[in-house]
Design a protein around this ligand. Sequence first.
Ligand SMILES: NC(=O)c1ccc[n+]([C@@H]2O[C@H](COP(=O)([O-])OP(=O)(O)OC[C@H]3O[C@@H](n4cnc5c(N)ncnc54)[C@H](OP(=O)(O)O)[C@@H]3O)[C@@H](O)[C@H]2O)c1
Length: 374
Amino acid sequence: MTGNNRAAVSNGNKSVPFYEIKNLSIPSVPKGKVLVKAIAYAFNPTDWKHPVYGMTPEGAVLGSDFSGIVEAVGSEVEGLAKGDYVSGWAHGGYEKDIGGFQDWVLADPPLVIKFDKSQLDQSKVEPVGDSESRVIDNFEGAASVTLGLSTIAMSFTNQLKLKVNEPSYRDQYILIWGGATASGVLAIQVAKDIYGLKVITTASPRNNAFLKSLGADHIVNYNDKDVIEKIRKIGGGKIHFALDTISSLETFQLVYDATAGTNEGTVAIDNLLLLNPEEIKTDKSRTNLKFGKTLAYVANGEPTVFAGIPVAPDADLAADYGNFWYNILPGYLPKLRHSNLKVLNPGLESVHEGLSLLMDNKVSGEKVVFRADN
Ligand SMILES: NC(=O)c1ccc[n+]([C@@H]2O[C@H](COP(=O)([O-])OP(=O)(O)OC[C@H]3O[C@@H](n4cnc5c(N)ncnc54)[C@H](OP(=O)(O)O)[C@@H]3O)[C@@H](O)[C@H]2O)c1
């Protein structure tokens, strides 16, 4: 295929400006991948962290989340066809030519969601500015959820080992630290609606009404001095699962302390930045704990290296993730709601503004998105 393929391409710098808009050739399609003509994109913290932390080689394309229309499928790909409406994500900023912020994106099928065409309206463009729309009914909304959903799918199925239709969950809690993060917004809904758990989450009070509407049973302000005591009191010794979506050393410790009242049964704790149990400073005598570490970059079944740490996928992970992705998620998509959208001007020129908003911590309970202008 010939034509333009504009892309946000790394120049190898660790500080701004760390990319330029360049014209690449449209990729040919390897046998296991799909080629998508992008319609919309969403930003994730990883999009700036990779270059700033020195993980991005010159020539890599920045960006992860995108949505669009399948143009071509590799000979070994099943379940996707030219013309499908999809969202997907790529491990952007990591290897040459790969990444979400380009006109034509190569995607791994396990990182792609196929939407029913009746759900996504191609003509419905989310207007520039702050948008309170929530259901996924256009390509901006679709772009905003995919990396987050892969992350939650891996965490819940493979690290926390949650089971569908488990009656005991009706009386058990999951603690989702950081309910207003992009990951948290999705985790609350999946925990509540798909697994039937009771949800305690932490967030700034301005996000309470939204998180409540998603199904959070209890929301505690993480800036409260007695945040741990409050969570333990609500949990009443029944917090059996926890996901730390922030995963700083401080929040990892707080999550550990908040679950300390659960003495009967096990407590599974997962985090998103490869933190190890050795980082915990208090009461290491608890014996009923299982620690997890979720890294979405291996959801495509391929090994990777993150921050110098090799991470390998395994057959269990592929089976757990695949079951959720292909058998459970599709039926839930019409109900799922996304974060508030902050819509930037169309075109890759908005990459700078989007990355700056995330780097400067100016995003609260929302997802920054923009539309392709081609
Ligand atoms: N391992 C993986 O595969 C994986 C995948 C995705 C993301 N991540 C990582 O996970 C982290 C979250 O990413 P994201 O995109 O979900 O986040 P995000 O949407 O960028 O998070 C923004 C939100 O963080 C909340 N927040 C900040 N500090 C907090 C604290 N101390 N306690 C509770 N909430 C706090 C704020 O909530 P309020 O507005 O309520 O204050 C804010 O709305 C990032 O470090 C990202 O790199 C890892």
